[in-house]
Design a protein around this ligand. Structure first.
Ligand SMILES: NC(=O)c1ccc[n+]([C@@H]2O[C@H](COP(=O)([O-])OP(=O)(O)OC[C@H]3O[C@@H](n4cnc5c(N)ncnc54)[C@H](O)[C@@H]3O)[C@@H](O)[C@H]2O)c1
Length: 331
């Protein structure tokens, strides 16, 4: 199978590329390196450095492709409220380009990594039968992409799978990004000799999902018949409060820091975790690493790459109501 992975130099994309190569596929990885790294790119794949907002470029790279896994995005959910112009452009334009190219090049299957963010502030656990009610631009952009994919797949007769991952973490995550991935932000702050920051009271709950568990399920979405045209949550069933997750990170790093508490961020959903039965049935998903075990592996990797200088990729377009640590770049 000839496979195209967008966002292939990123965290989840690079793990997926490796998994697909391991399974013997011919993999092309495309990434503009805005959030990914060459250190993540396997020498065994064909790598193209390109912005997938480039329509002509996308037309070219989709030629002859059987399966697209579309992961390229900027998943800064909290920041998306304050930088909606740029983040919507990054998250929406590539989907339109890829869909048109997929139709014109007879792509057989299109797998899209959406997000749990589409559920918004509904009753947990979120299950796939709920009508999405996204709370922020990131969630709205993901829901837009899901609906475009479903509409085009139905109209032009190709297969699709929508994956809704949640709070994925592990080695290769971009820990230099001050706007996303709480565990990585904490690990990097502690390595930079700064205490971790918690927004709100820390009683928020999430189900953190380890990359080694999530990747095989996403890869399976490209090939299994039983998941065709389905929307499927992917991630762990282990629900943890932000306070407890922070304790696990501090313990794993052998740190004596106490977290600093900052005001809650606008529109942050308090409780967000998903049902996992559908992914177990349709994608053979299994949680093999609990949070303690996964964090230990992530911390070992983070210590190898060492403390990272925070990198502010996209400026805040709105500063009103934005956390002061973001406005003043205190990370
Ligand atoms: N990590 C999570 O917890 C999580 C949860 C739910 C959904 N997702 C989704 O999974 C996907 C992968 O997330 P990730 O955590 O690996 O993020 P990531 O930032 O590590 O990877 C995304 C990659 O896309 C690339 N990219 C961004 N815009 C691009 C563009 N216009 N053209 C080419 N490349 C571009 C970046 O350089 C980066 O390497 C995203 O679609 C994200 O929304 C992630």
């Amino acid at each position: 199978m000839k496979i195209l992975v967008t966002g292939g130099a990123g965290f989840m994309g690079s793990w997926l590329v490796d998994e697909l190569l391991k399974r013997g596929h011919d993999v092309t990885s495309v990434d503009d390196l805005s959030g990914g790294f060459m250190r993540n790119v396997s020498p065994k794949c064909k790598f193209i450095k390109m912005d997938v907002r480039n329509k002509k470029g996308v037309d070219k790279i989709v030629k002859g492709v059987d399966i697209i896994f579309h992961l390229a995005a900027y998943a800064a959910e909290g920041q998306s409220v304050f930088s909606p112009i740029e983040i919507n452009d990054i998250n929406i334009t590539p989907m339109n380009n890829l869909l048109v190219a997929a139709v014109n090049n007879n792509v057989k299957r299109f797998v899209f990594t959406s997000s749990m963010a589409v559920y918004g502030d509904q009753k947990t656990p979120f299950d796939e039968s709920m009508i999405p009610k996204p709370e922020d631009p990131y969630g709205i952009s993901k829901y837009y992409c899901e609906m475009m994919l479903k509409t085009f797949a139905e109209t032009f007769d190709f297969e699709f799978v929508v994956i809704r991952p949640h709070n994925v973490y592990g080695p290769r995550q971009n820990i230099a990004d001050p706007f996303r991935n709480v565990l990585g932000i904490w690990i990097n702050r502690i390595m930079n000799n700064k205490p971790p920051i918690i927004y709100g009271d820390g009683h928020q709950t999430r189900a953190f999902s380890f990359i080694e568990d999530v990747t095989p399920a996403i890869a399976n979405a490209g090939f299994y018949d039983k998941c065709v045209n389905q929307v499927i949550n992917v991630g762990s069933e282990e629900v943890t409060s932000i306070n407890d997750a922070c304790k696990i990170v501090l313990e794993s790093m052998g740190s004596d820091f106490e977290p600093i508490y900052e005001p809650a961020r606008p529109r942050e959903v308090k409780h967000a975790f998903c049902t996992i039965e559908k992914s177990q049935k349709l994608l053979d998903y299994k949680t093999k690493n609990n949070l303690k075990k996964g964090v230990k592996k992530m911390v070992e990797w983070a210590k190898e790459i060492g403390p990272q200088k925070p990198s502010y990729r996209i400026p805040l377009e709105i500063t009103k109501k934005a956390p002061k640590v973001w406005v003043q770049k205190l990370m």
